[in-house]
Write a protein that binds this ligand. Structure first.
Ligand code: CA
Length: 455
């Protein structure tokens, strides 16, 4: 089904969302079957928790009845679905078969769906601070040396203009070190919020969310130390300050970065991922020039809750750029989420090495993965510990986690150069400008690698 999405995107967002509402469900397996498939595959979930989507007209008495039916209590409100219907996270009082509970709930008239609270993780495979080749190969691609042959050609795009300062990207990941000297100038500050006054000034539900929000710890601190290295690395590839004679440069030198932290030390949950996506969609709906969210994470099984959330982002004209995953497998046969949801605003990204090979760990799929971008041996910003203090540093990481922010940076660059472009046009530009690459033939939809030179 996904094979033709490259071509459909050029006919405009409105047509797409009318024609494809519910797409992937009428013709394929039911939502219930998709959710149960993840359990069958033993994909990880939070024990004794369940996400339940009530229908819009469900009253409190009925909700209470449903909770009692499965021996649960409400833990958190996660999102508002269609017509304001509540998506609720519940705690199950005693250990029981989640499969049985889900099957029971699908029989209830007031329930649209029920699913596990899947656990997801970031998609880097190695971090090697001692890697000695300091070249930002992912930013070049000019054939001037063999080492620079397969990059994104961002350096060629920079030659004309790299001003992205009006464009904002959202990072859904760990937090990031917004004080890093190579990132600080590009940290977006929520203009609707007065820092530290204890008031939710912009009424978005989050108090003092100046640099973003930490959905894992439920506070406004999006940088909590050296364990936010993955998020900081991603941020640097998208938008480390360029031209400052320091460290590295991102694809878009002056793009503004806003954080939704949801990955903690043991990964993150789908419930918090849903909140994070909706957090950015709300900013977009309020008029922020937000172009995309970067999603260098994956895992868990099919989530109808997350699917609906990414669809809400699509309706708001927000791209969702996602890592294909690092299992070295074909996503066409074993779907990897969230990159594998069949939604028009998703760009799924595989990882390329500096020799032009598809990275051995990278997932692929001629229908389910769109494009490849530099992913192996990528230098970027990190926090590190030095004499019990957290200081700024740089390191080389590998993974589809590192490929994805090259594409997010590219989306920001295109938006900066083409301010009136909508999400479908940005995606169209990224996919159609991909450089054909032999190692990607039959492996990704475009059969090519990221090339931003003509943006
Ligand atoms: Ca707020």
């Amino acid at each position: 089904m996904k094979k033709d999405r490259l071509f459909r995107i050029s006919i405009g967002m409105v047509v797409i969302f009318v024609c494809c509402a519910g797409f992937g469900r009428q013709n394929g397996p039911s939502v219930q079957a998709l959710i149960l498939e993840g359990l069958k595959q033993n994909r990880p979930f939070v024990a004794n928790e369940i996400l339940v989507q009530f229908r819009a007209d469900t009253n409190d008495t009925e909700k209470k009845r449903v909770r009692e039916l499965i021996g649960s209590s409400k833990k958190d409100d996660i999102a508002k679905g269609k017509n304001g219907a509540d998506l609720e996270l519940m705690t199950l009082a005693k250990a029981q078969s989640l499969r049985a509970v889900i099957n029971n709930l699908f029989q209830e008239k007031s329930i649209e769906f029920a699913e596990p609270n899947w656990i997801v993780h970031h998609t880097d495979i190695s971090n090697d601070p001692y890697f000695t080749n300091g070249s930002l190969w992912g930013m070049y691609g000019d054939n001037t040396s063999p080492a620079n042959q397969f990059g994104s050609r961002a350096s060629e795009a920079w030659a004309t203009s790299a001003d992205c300062s009006d464009v904002v990207v959202g990072i859904i990941d760990e937090g990031y070190m917004y004080t890093h000297p190579d990132l600080a100038a590009n940290a977006y500050k929520n203009p609707g919020e007065i820092a530290g006054n204890g008031i939710d000034d912009d009424s978005n539900g989050y108090v003092d969310d100046v640099y973003g929000w930490d959905f894992d710890k439920k506070d406004n601190s999006v940088f909590d130390g050296v364990k936010d290295d993955h998020g900081t690395h991603v941020a640097g590839t998208i938008g480390a300050v360029g031209g400052n004679s320091q460290g590295v440069a991102g694809v878009c030198w002056s793009v503004k970065i806003l954080s939704a932290k949801f990955l903690g030390n043991r990964g993150g949950t789908i419930a918090n991922a849903i909140k994070a996506v909706d957090y950015f969609t709300a900013f977009k709906l309020k008029g922020l020039n937000l172009v995309a969210t970067n999603n260098s994470w994956g895992g868990g099984g099919y989530s109808q809750g997350l699917y609906a959330t990414i669809q809400r982002a699509a309706v708001a004209d927000l791209l969702f750029i996602a890592a294909a995953g690092n299992d070295g497998r074909n996503n066409d046969t074993t779907i990897s989420y969230p990159s594998g949801y069949d939604l028009e605003n998703i760009i799924a990204v595989a990882a390329l090495t500096s020799t032009g090979a598809m990275a051995s760990y990278s997932n692929y799929g001629s229908r389910s993965v769109d494009i490849a971008a530099p992913g192996s041996g990528i230098w970027s910003t990190i926090p590190k510990s030095s004499f019990h203090r957290t200081v700024s540093a740089y390191a080389s990481y590998s993974g589809t986690s590192m490929a994805t922010p090259h594409v997010t940076g590219a989306a920001a660059l295109y938006k900066a150069r083409n301010p009136s472009a909508i999400a479908s046009e940005i995606k169209d530009a990224i996919l159609h400008s991909a450089t054909p690459t032999p190692s990607l033939k039959g492996k990704v939809l475009t059969e090519g690698r990221l090339n931003v030179e003509t943006f």
